[in-house]
Structure formats: C-alpha cells, structure tokens
Design a protein around this ligand. Structure first.
Ligand SMILES: Nc1ncnc2c1ncn2[C@@H]1O[C@H](COP(=O)(O)OP(=O)(O)OP(=O)(O)O)[C@@H](O)[C@H]1O
Ligand SMILES: [Mg+2]
Length: 385
C-alpha cells in the first residue's frame, strides 16, 4: 500500500500542500524550504499510530501545537493532515484518514481533535466529534487511530502508518553504537541499531538481503568481494558486518564495519532499509558521503531494491547528480518553493517550461535545480501551467 495523496494545512512552513504521490517521490528544494518538515507529517502520523505513541506524545515531542502550526497562518486555524492510501498509484483509493488539531485555550492547553475522519473506499466509517465526544470533550485529546479498542474497523490503516520508517544514516553511529550513550531514538532514524536489526532477521532472509546488498555495493566499492554478518563470540556475541576486499594478499583482506568508509556504511544502511519492510520509507539526502558516480546510480538502485516489495520511497535531496538520471520523471518530483507566505509544493510536471525542456532531452537535475536556486526562485512563483 502507498500514500497516494497528501493534503496538509498549516503544517510547519506550509500553509497548504495538496499533492498526489507515486511509488517514488523526490523532494527538491533549497535549505530550509521544508523537505524535512514535509517528511515529518508522515512521521507524525506514525508517532500517533505506534505502540506507546498517541496524539499527545506526537505533539509534545514536537514542542506543542504552536511549534507545528504554520507561522504564516492567520490567527489560530486548525492544523490538518489528510492522507489517501491506495494499493498502488494506478489503483483506486482504499482508505482515507484525516485529522484536524487545535489547542485548548485554557488549563493544560492540550492539543485536541477538531475532527478525525476515516473513509473506506468511498464510505465514511468514522466521523468525530461524535455524540460521545460531545458528552465528554476529554475524549478528543486522543485519536481513535492510537487506540486498539477504537480502531478495529480501520486497523489496516493504523498498522500501515505505524510501520512508516525514516532514515538519515549517520555512519559514526553504526560504527560506534556503544559510544553514544542514552536510549536509542524510537524508530532508529540514524541507523544506530542497524547491526542489531540485521541480527534479528532470520538467517535465510539475512543471507539473501546481504547478497543483494553485496551485489549493489560492488558498483560503489569495486574492491569489495564479499559482505557477511558475523557474531564475535570472543567479544561476548557482538554482531559485526565483515567485508572481504581484493587485496595484494592471496586471501584478500577482511574488514569490519568500524573500518568501512562513511559511504559504504551509508549505502549498507540505505540498502538494508530499502529491503526491509513494505510501508513507506522516508529517506533524507541519500547522496551524503557518496561520490557523484554512485549518486547518479541511486535512483536506479532504489528502484531495483524496491521493485519486488513495491515499497514507496520518499527522498529529500539537493543532488544534481541524483536527479540527472533520466528515469526520474517530472510527476514524481516535488518542487518546494519558499515564500514569506509559506512554502508551496508542486509537481515539476505542472510547469510547462520544465515539461518542454525535459522533452528536449534534459534531466530534472538540469531543469529543476537551477529553478530552486534562491536567486531564481521568484520566477517559479510566477506559476505558469
Ligand atoms: N511552524 C512553523 N511555521 C513556519 N516555519 C516553520 C515552522 N516550523 C519550522 N519552520 C521552518 O521550516 C524551516 C526548516 O525546514 P526543513 O528543516 O524542513 O528544511 P529542509 O528543506 O529540510 O532544509 P535542509 O535542506 O537544510 O535540510 C526552518 O526555516 C524553520 O524555521
Ligand atoms: Mg532537511
């Protein structure tokens, strides 16, 4: 299943976002245009749906509704998120989930629901506030999404949103997980527990995934011959990744993850996550620490890794190389254009001149990136279809 459409209102630096989404989405925009904020809307729904989560916690972790609500919005409007779920981009709508949020004006100033609605196919199956909510307003401080006893009729939506994952691999954290004390972050966004996750996977799946990763890695690191997972009993069972490199020694040289390069570690983390689950994967700037030639191959690699499980991937990027792949289409590229009234988000295919230039043989990287250059942005605001 994928999120095939998202509408946001007054979410962080967006007043309104209303865009269709496909299997692959590239978020392109200058620094501070809202790429991470856009991804955060998906994480927010996950944080509501997950075990131990919920509306209060999801809002609290973000510093309260006043931090979430768009500063460019007039007065105190609702913050709204509305997602449509489909089995594939071309298939009909399966579910739609929408919430609007407000903040209590007195007392604990808790966030509460202005509404919560769920549709299955075209039928409304939940429409709050209902009579019970009107009798007891405190009920509106919790979504039905977060409550097992209340979401029976749309459990599939809760499970799906709960399994959204976010990845922004920090090589140092994979290399030295024990050097960073304190509890890990929920969902492990920075890859700290990558080795643990690999370890928990059953042996057959683990071997088959590592084989795929090994094949893909060889493109980036040609000397790498073999990638495997080993548990060091001498160290009391600490898991490691081990790579055999081509070397002047006849047996090749073995290295463990602490000696891998930043790029190798990021690629392993990225590729493992792509193979992992079926719900959407949010990827922050996968190009970091990778050389240009590899970055150019990332879109194809992502496609190959997700082809079978048809996993939706949303990717934030600054990289001209990544977008130089002619396979990246204008329909799957979202351009984020900041303005004092908030950032607007549009598909690259909505701009006629971009369509023309692409037809002329240029890539999204060639035509879209110069447009989001802060100096040229004014032009993009003069929107022409
Ligand atoms: N509630 C809000 N209202 C308005 N703006 C906000 C709000 N919350 C965050 N912002 C602004 O959003 C911007 C950050 O956006 P974000 O981190 O999503 O950018 P980005 O596109 O991911 O940038 P980068 O490429 O640097 O990672 C900041 O300028 C921040 O001030
Ligand atoms: Mg960002």
């Amino acid at each position: 299943m994928i999120v095939s459409h998202i509408t946001l209102k007054n979410w962080r630096n967006f007043q309104v976002v209303d865009v269709p989404l496909g299997d692959r989405v590239f978020l392109v925009g200058p620094n501070a245009s809202g790429k991470s904020n856009f991804l955060d809307a998906f994480r927010f729904l996950r944080d509501i749906a997950k075990a131990g989560g919920g509306l209060q916690r999801a809002v609290g972790d973000r510093g309260g509704l006043s931090k979430i609500r768009c500063l460019a919005a007039r007065r105190y409007p609702d913050v709204e998120i509305d997602v449509t779920l489909s089995s594939s981009p071309d298939n009909g709508i399966k579910w739609r989930y929408a919430i609007g949020m407000k903040q209590q004006t007195r007392g604990a100033r808790k966030p509460f629901l202005a509404y919560e609605r769920v549709w299955q196919d075209a039928n409304t199956i939940l429409d709050r506030p209902d009579d019970e909510d009107r009798r007891d307003a405190e009920r509106l401080t919790q979504t039905h999404l977060e409550q097992i006893s209340a979401n029976v009729d749309f459990r599939e939506v809760a499970r799906f949103l709960e399994s959204v994952s976010y990845l922004h691999v920090v090589p140092q954290l994979i290399r030295h997980p024990r050097a960073f004390t304190g509890p890990g972050l929920p969902g492990d966004p920075f890859g700290r527990s990558l080795l643990e996750r690999i370890g928990k996977t059953n042996d057959r799946t683990k071997r088959s995934r590592l084989k795929k990763i090994e094949t893909a890695l060889r493109i980036a690191v040609p000397q790498l011959k073999k990638l495997s997972y080993v548990v060091d009993s001498a160290e009391g069972g600490i898991p490691h990744l081990e790579a055999v490199y081509d070397h002047w020694r006849p047996q090749g040289a073995k290295q463990r993850e602490s000696e891998f390069s930043d790029g190798t570690l990021r690629l392993v983390g990225l590729l493992w996550s792509l193979l992992e689950r079926e719900a959407p994967l949010l990827l922050e700037e996968p190009e970091l620490s990778l050389n240009a030639a590899i970055v150019r191959k990332l879109p194809a690699l992502i496609h190959r890794m997700t082809r079978k499980n048809r996993r939706q991937v949303l990717i934030s990027t600054h990289s001209a190389e990544l977008l130089s792949d002619k396979g990246v289409g204008p329909d799957e590229t979202l351009l984020l254009v900041p303005s004092p009234e908030g950032t607007t988000v549009r598909r690259a295919s909505e701009y006629k001149d971009i369509r023309d230039l692409l037809e002329g043989g240029l890539s999204i990287g060639d035509v879209a990136l110069p447009r989001i250059d802060p100096e040229n942005m004014q032009q993009l605001l003069l929107f022409e279809t």
